[in-house]
Design a protein around this ligand. Structure first.
Ligand SMILES: Cc1ncc(COP(=O)(O)O)c(C=O)c1O
Length: 394
């Protein structure tokens, strides 16, 4: 029934039901580490998976608070099941380590969040998993990258921080032909603007720290996919224990209730900001998937229903001019992360992507002059006025 409701209604209602004990209208925070069994037989049956129910907060389905969040986010991503994590990185780590082993090959988008790059290039490679970082905007290069042992394709689109967009449907199709899993990091777009599972991917994952939580007050991650995928993931989660806490799950429920409203405003403001930047003489280039000048605008238009709140741009005068700009903003905060209600500005080459080797950054377009903005939901005139006064100081 929830599947048939429109997206905004699902944001508000999916997974929600009055608390069966006291009738609390909003989902309670089950701040507990363990659950009491009626008798020894019930405990044994739950551990054996013969009876549904809660056991211990590290073990899926964790707590009733987690269950509501998972039901809501799965309804939005249009997937069958989900699993929460302590952070976006914990989610990515679990997905790759639970599905890849020594001798397997992973194809990854060449522009990904800095820690994802290092997880793949250092930790996976150290475990004997072969990783190819490919320009996934070029379908020919993706096709040529498949090997006998390719078991997974990991896409980040739009990509952090260059805003590259790759064709999820086409690449998921190639992965399927080769018997490989396709995973999409949907953090930038959110399920409001992009539904990777509907486009053919096996898994959509997000850092909840960003738009899902939406208020820059939590760390979390979530993975959505088929019931079979989640069953395979469950032992890894249970043995490694990187799950979300009950309070964060509750904050994510609350965040998702306004996802549709926030994302509309983020996107509206980002487009206005991108158009303002494009017209500034101090700006060399702007990358926002909603601009016609974006190299993959047509792909973005095909697979996204809107372009979210993230953009990057290059300031004439390079890093020094960019630094002066970032030091001169006053409404915008100079901070990493994204998806907050307020506008954040940062310098990937020295901050979020400082861990990526300089030669790799240069090769994939994470240039020193690139400034990234997470455009907030303030009145856009004020964001633009802040940038305008900052440009006056560079
Ligand atoms: C696209 C993307 N994926 C994953 C992550 C990691 O998320 P977290 O900080 O919640 O571990 C980030 C963090 O910035 C990100 O930008």
């Amino acid at each position: 029934m929830q599947e048939k409701m429109k997206f905004g209604t699902r944001c508000v209602h999916a997974g929600e039901k009055p608390d069966p004990v006291f009738g609390a209208h909003t989902t309670p925070i089950f701040q507990t580490s363990t659950f009491v069994f009626a008798n020894a037989g019930q405990g044994a049956a739950r551990f054996a998976g013969k009876e549904a129910g809660y056991v211990y907060t590290r073990i899926s389905p964790n707590t009733p608070t987690h269950a509501v969040f998972v039901e809501k986010v799965a309804a939005l991503e249009e997937g069958d099941a989900g699993q929460t994590f302590a952070s976006g990185m914990a989610a990515i780590t679990a997905v790759v380590l639970a599905n890849l082993k020594q001798g397997d090959h992973l194809i990854s988008t060449n522009v990904v969040y800095g820690c994802t790059y290092n997880l793949f290039s250092e930790i996976l490679s150290g475990l004997g998993i072969e990783v190819s970082f490919i320009d996934t905007t070029d379908l020919g290069k993706v096709r040529a990258a498949f090997q006998e042992n390719t078991k997974m394709v990991f896409l980040e689109t739009p990509a952090n921080p260059t805003m590259n967009v790759c064709d999820i449907g086409e690449i998921a199709g190639m992965a399927r032909e080769h018997g490989a899993l396709s995973i999409v990091d949907n953090t930038f777009a959110t399920p409001y603007f992009q539904k990777p599972l509907q486009l053919g991917a096996d898994v959509s994952l997000s850092s909840c720290t960003k738009y899902i939580g939406g208020h820059a007050d939590l760390l979390g991650g979530v993975v959505v996919g088929s019931l079979d995928f989640m069953k395979k993931l469950a032992p890894f989660v249970e043995y490694t224990g990187g799950i979300m806490g009950p309070h964060e799950a509750w904050l994510c429920i609350r965040g998702l209730k306004t996802l549709h409203l926030r994302m509309e405003k983020h996107a509206e403001n980002a487009l206005k900001t991108a158009e303002f930047l494009e017209a500034r003489p101090e700006v060399e280039w702007v990358r926002y998937p909603g601009l016609r000048s974006h190299p993959q605008h047509d792909v973005a238009k095909k697979q996204m229903s809107g372009y979210s709140g993230m953009l990057s741009f290059g300031v004439r005068g390079g890093i020094e001019a960019g630094r002066r700009l970032m030091n001169s903003v006053s409404l915008c905060s100079l901070a990493v992360s994204l998806g907050a209600t307020d506008t954040l500005i940062q310098h990937p080459a020295s901050m979020t992507h400082a861990c990526v080797p300089p030669e790799v950054r240069k090769k994939v377009g994470i240039t020193d002059e690139l400034v990234r903005m997470s455009v907030g939901i303030e009145d856009p005139e004020d964001i633009i006025a802040d940038l305008e006064q900052a440009f006056g100081k560079i």
